[in-house]
Design a protein around this ligand. Structure first.
Ligand code: SD4
Length: 332
């Protein structure tokens, strides 16, 4: 995983992008300067797929779906779709959600055997009276919509699980190198926003565990009048603060996306379940954890912040793509 990312240091970035936003070298990001795509982690291929839709004048909704499908199909991305690391029972269970500029949304949780969970979430949004469908029902629905049933456990993810099984020691610790859940936000040529979030969740989670990624308001939130936000990292912490909804609400109150993301992380780290920057789990264990939040407002300003160093995100506009390192609450 780590070799899929281009880690840029803050110092190398600071000269180029003084406030983690385009400044003098580039026009300010706004819908007037063209469509925009941002996504969690190092996702240039996903952004390229989304940008291709936007550059044809397509909808942000189509763009984020196209973008999210890229890591879902990538067997080397062990946090999303095909090749995602399984739960402790060896089952690959997917969580995903999608939201458009009108506040329409769809979600699937605990979906097995279907590679493109994001497209199933979109089908829930567009073809059912519901927002969220889970487990067997989600699989049944997907099959009824013509999605193909397949084995999502690759040889290497199975081998990794078997290796883990030798000790089967689960710490709800999120090793930041094991992340690649994609949260993607896009603004199209009309200035409309949509967002998508898709993941296989935490590796070796308990069977049945669902994280923040498919929860509208936690892993993703879009309000076309304000902007959009998404989150990655330990879902248990994101859900407690409704992280993405909170970021959008803070922007509504006048905070910049950067200030909003920082406030969300500050709330998490100041919460009762965090001590000295570590997560105190239900068994009283202290765990190193990571949460990253990414937000964009209608002016096209971008914010990103995380608990630990190492959270990066990918920004694409006008055919230019950059991977940027987020600022973080803890520094090494
Ligand atoms: C989860 N938020 O299931 C997801 C995990 C994640 O990169 O973001 N991984 O809790």
């Amino acid at each position: 995983m780590v070799n899929r990312r281009r880690f840029l240091t803050l110092s190398s970035l600071s000269g180029l992008f003084p406030s983690l936003a385009f400044t003098t070298q580039s026009p300010p990001l706004s819908y007037a300067s063209g469509p925009l795509v941002v996504s969690t982690w190092n996702q240039p291929k996903a952004n390229a797929a989304a940008e291709a839709v936007l550059s044809r004048g397509g909808r942000a909704l189509d763009a984020v779906e196209a973008g999210a499908r890229v890591p879902e199909a990538d067997p080397n991305d062990t946090s999303v779709g095909y090749g995602g690391l399984p739960d402790r029972d060896g089952r690959v269970t997917l969580d995903a959600c999608i939201m458009d500029e009108r506040g329409n949304c769809g979600s699937v949780t605990y979906l097995e055997h279907i590679m493109h969970a994001i497209s199933v979430a979109r089908a829930v949004m567009e073809k059912t009276p519901h927002v969220m469908i889970s487990g067997e029902g989600a699989l049944k629905f997907a099959l009824s919509q013509g999605f193909k049933k397949e084995n999502l456990l690759t040889k290497s993810s199975e081998a990794a699980w078997r290796e883990w099984m030798k000790t089967a020691k689960y710490k709800p610790q999120v090793n930041i190198e094991r992340h690649d859940t994609i949260g993607m936000l896009a603004m199209d040529t009309k200035g409309d926003f949509s967002g998508a979030c898709t993941t296989s969740g935490l590796a070796y989670k308990m069977n049945g565990r669902v994280g923040d990624s498919p929860i509208i308001g936690s892993g993703l939130f879009v309000d076309n009048t304000i902007g959009a936000a998404c989150a990655t990292g330990l879902g248990e912490l994101v859900m407690r603060t409704c992280g993405s909804f909170l970021a959008v609400e803070l922007m509504r109150q006048g905070k910049t996306p950067q200030q909003a993301c920082e406030e969300v992380i500050n709330r998490i780290v100041k919460g009762p379940s965090i001590k000295d920057g570590k997560y105190v789990d239900g068994q009283g264990n202290l765990n190193d954890v990571q949460v990253g939040v990414l937000a964009v407002n209608r002016q096209g300003e971008i914010g990103a912040y995380s608990i630990q160093t190492g959270f990066n995100y990918t920004v694409s506009q006008n055919g230019r793509t950059e991977v940027r390192e987020a600022k973080s609450f803890l520094s090494k």
